[in-house]
Design a protein around this ligand. Structure first.
Ligand SMILES: Cc1cc2nc3c(=O)[nH]c(=O)nc-3n(C[C@H](O)[C@H](O)[C@H](O)COP(=O)(O)O)c2cc1C
Length: 393
């Protein structure tokens, strides 16, 4: 979503200026074309060279003596999709709210035609000061986007509101701003990650699913404007912004959580790698070697089929399943379309997908199979969101 977008990153004189180096790196990695403007104070914290080395197309530090631009504060934001000031000091918020243009940064903010976003960073007292609050309110009334700030420990040792959001959080919010809201207010229920079936209190049967694909889909749905509930098996992944998460361990817990939630949702995407079988008689104490001469025997019983259970409901949501196969990909996936009575199965080969950051998938429906080129799990998530939006709108 940020790919190819021209973004002007404004850096002002806050201790959080070091975070804007990472922010620039992440924006560039996402394919954004970034220019940087720095105030004089910002250059006391980080150097223009740092931003240049991290991939900035240009770094503008003054309106005067710039050999590349006649009028830097006007040229800086030409064709820009966004002017992002991060970190934004109390000083720049005040100047922008008043329309003061006494340096290249404030003049560029005034001269721009693109939207402007500020990520404030300052001491809690500066942030809570009536003057700052008045300026922020004014900026919002003028259409500016205010990102954060977050609360927590501050560089000065105080605790509370005023910390700049982390670069990854800013990127997520920007992606949201740039995403077409193709699933606006659509309620989407997603399962993700592995399930874990206990054998005894310390051991169990699980699988190699990382949860990355399901979490990427949850994020893409949320960015597309959906209200997302994510039922997640055990994973260390961070909950995407704006997503409601329910943690579960076993397949049966996942089944119960889904059946409790499903009636409120219009779309169900079953991405989790759910155990087909559970241990019928898990031991209540740790099974130890040497207690008996017998090798322990595990008795299995079948878990409910979550996707088929949802798809067979009277008012079933639009259902999407995932098929991870080791062979005969399309045939196996199509059999699942019929057996589980779902309109769409996203089929992938186990060896292409598990634990990796990219995947090769085929969208399998009753009458067609559409292969997608190998892509990151985020890109696959976006393609799936576009497909679902087509089907449900
Ligand atoms: C070590 C140090 C850290 C500072 N951190 C902040 C900050 O986080 N937020 C802020 O609003 N001002 C901070 N200031 C004060 C600003 O740098 C000062 O108001 C400056 O005039 C801002 O200029 P600018 O907005 O043009 O960059 C800090 C000053 C110093 C000396």
């Amino acid at each position: 979503m940020l790919s190819g977008q021209k973004i002007v990153l404004g850096v002002t004189g806050s201790i959080a200026a070091y975070k804007s180096c990472e922010l620039l790196r992440l924006l560039t990695k996402k394919g954004a074309v970034c220019s940087v403007i720095m105030t004089e104070s910002a250059q006391r914290f980080v150097t223009p060279l740092t931003f240049k080395a991290l991939g900035a197309k240009e770094v503008i530090t003054s309106d005067w003596n710039d050999p590349e631009h006649t009028i830097p504060h006007i040229d800086a934001t030409r064709d820009a999709a966004l002017f992002l000031v991060a970190p934004a000091t109390a000083n720049i918020l005040a100047k922008a709210a008043q329309g003061i243009a006494d340096d290249v940064m404030s003049a560029a903010i005034l001269a721009r035609r693109c939207p402007v976003a500020f990520a404030p960073a300052m001491n809690i007292n500066m942030w809570q000061n009536q003057a700052t609050q008045r300026n922020v309110k004014q900026l919002m009334q003028d259409g500016a986007i205010i990102l954060g700030p977050a609360a927590g420990e501050q560089a000065c040792g105080d605790m509370g509101s005023g910390r700049m959001l982390e670069p990854t959080e800013i990127i997520e919010l920007l992606e949201g701003a740039f995403s077409p809201r193709v699933l606006d207010r659509c309620r989407v229920l997603i399962t993700a990650g592995p399930t874990f079936e206990p054998i005894d209190p310390v051991r169990g049967i699980t699988n190699l699913s990382s949860g990355k694909q399901g979490f990427a889909i949850a994020k893409a749905c949320a960015l597309a404007g959906a209200e997302v509930t994510l039922v997640a098996g055990r994973t260390h992944l961070k909950t995407p912004a704006g997503v409601r998460r329910i943690d579960v361990t076993t397949a049966y817990e996942m089944y119960r959580a889904v059946m409790n939630e499903v009636s409120r949702h219009e779309v169900f995407i079953s991405v989790a790698a759910v155990a087909d079988w559970r241990i019928a008689n898990p031991a209540t104490h740790k099974i130890k070697k040497g207690y008996t001469s017998d090798t322990p025997e595990l008795i299995f019983e079948e878990n409910p089929d979550i996707l088929a259970s949802v798809a067979s409901l009277e008012n079933a949501p639009y259902c999407v399943g995932f098929a991870a196969e080791t062979d005969n990909l399309i045939d196996n996936a199509r059999a699942k379309v019929y057996r589980k009575r779902v309109p769409l199965i996203v089929a992938n080969l186990v060896q292409d997908a598990l634990g990796q950051d990219s995947n090769t998938v085929v969208f399998v429906e009753r009458d067609q199979a559409t292969p997608l080129a190998r892509a990151s799990k985020e890109q696959i998530a976006q393609a799936l969101v576009a497909k679902i939006a087509q089907e449900v709108n």
